[in-house]
Write a protein that binds this ligand. Structure first.
Ligand code: NDP
Length: 333
């Protein structure tokens, strides 16, 4: 089977040279194990951090070892009492076309409730992240103004729609006119801003948020966040979800010191890691599934076809090539 390993560690922006394809032979499966065929592979911004050597909240990928991440797979052979051939499962698995997993490292998903790939997106980490950050840190109230960055991405699209469900006015920040239009026309955002072309981002935010900002769901950090934070209201909240604008920097970047503003306006800023909130998963999953079923929460994927495309798909996240959840499907077309 083919696998993709970390060939070298990137400095700043990663390139295809950091990835290597290899052919390997898999051994026979043992008792309690299954043989899997990969169907959908998730690519996520946090994987960029794992390409560095430094330990973060997840350990780094090892040189010459396969990348790992969220994968939806089908059981093709089993020596486990818990799984039968044809079952769909989710696990944190190596980037291999076929792989062997222990039964305790995978769990079955119900592909009749929703398409299998949704378990990597709205019914998986993406949806949980959006829900937990917005509801439990942001605490949205009807009539409040919510700004979300990377708004047309996987997490951002879900955040904006949940904020609308809660009666908020929602402003999305994104990197192209096409995405900005989609946010308004397809996903019910009240306003959207293209951060790449806005001549003055601070002014654009002031115009889009005449009553100031009550919740800023921060996916990006850097200059965009500085511009939003300068418009935040008294007692406003910042769920700090991601800092993608900074992931490719090997050196520290400096910006305005915003702490005095947080202090004088009693602003709450709280970072969170979705996996530290397992206790909230049942509640979040129930709400998300219900909203999807009722048609209140639309979910969009950018599916790139072919196992070969995994490196390009991961790198594409940093060029904004996706709308909604970026995925690679194993089939070629
Ligand atoms: P997205 O689907 O949002 O993909 C990333 C998007 O970020 C791109 O489409 C691009 O859109 C935007 N982007 C890329 N580079 C920059 C940049 N330099 N400045 C501004 N925007 C940029 O990914 P996810 O939804 O999976 O993740 C969104 C954020 O949430 C990430 O920061 C991620 O690390 C974080 N996250 C955090 C979790 C947690 O537990 N805290 C869990 C999951 C995700 P555009 O065209 O608009 O620029």
């Amino acid at each position: 089977t083919r696998q993709i390993v970390l060939a070298s560690r990137p400095v700043d922006i990663p390139t295809k040279e950091n990835f290597r394809f290899e052919n390997i032979d898999l051994p026979e499966i043992n008792e309690g194990e299954v043989l899997l065929q990969g169907l959908y592979y998730s690519v996520d911004p946090y994987m960029r951090g794992r390409m560095n050597k430094a330990k973060s909240y997840v350990p780094p990928f090892q040189l010459n070892e396969p990348f790992t991440g969220g994968v939806i797979a089908r059981i093709v052979e089993t020596k486990s009492d818990s799984f039968t051939i044809g079952n769909y499962v989710l696990g944190s698995l190596p980037w291999r076309e076929n792989c062997i997993a222990n039964q305790k490292d995978i769990h079955q998903i119900d592909a009749t409730v929703a398409p299998a790939s949704y378990y990597l997106g709205v019914l998986g980490m993406t949806g949980l992240t959006a829900y937990i950050g917005l509801i439990h840190i942001g605490k949205p109230k009807s009539g409040e103004t919510v700004v979300v960055s990377a708004a047309a991405g996987a997490v951002g699209l879900v955040v904006g729609q949940i904020a609308k469900i809660h009666g908020c006015r929602v402003v999305g920040i994104t990197g192209s006119d096409k995405k900005a239009e989609l946010l308004r026309e397809e996903y019910g955002f009240d306003q959207s801003i293209n951060y790449k072309t806005a001549p003055d981002l601070e002014k654009a935010i002031a115009q889009a948020c005449p009553d100031g900002v009550d919740i800023y769901f921060d996916n990006v950090g850097g200059d965009i966040s500085d511009a939003v934070i300068s418009h935040m209201n008294f007692h406003s909240r910042i769920p700090l979800c991601g800092q993608i604008a900074l992931y490719n920097n090997s050196t520290n970047v400096s910006g305005p010191r915003l702490q005095p503003r947080l202090l004088t306006r009693s602003i709450l800023m709280q970072g969170f890691m979705v996996n530290d909130n397992q206790g909230l998963f049942p509640e979040a999953t129930e709400c998300l599934s219900q909203w999807v079923k009722e048609g209140k929460l639309k979910f969009t994927e950018t599916v790139i076809h072919g196992f070969d495309q995994l490196p390009a798909a991961l790198l594409g996240l940093f060029d904004g090539e996706n709308v909604g959840k970026m995925l690679v499907s194993a089939d070629e077309d």
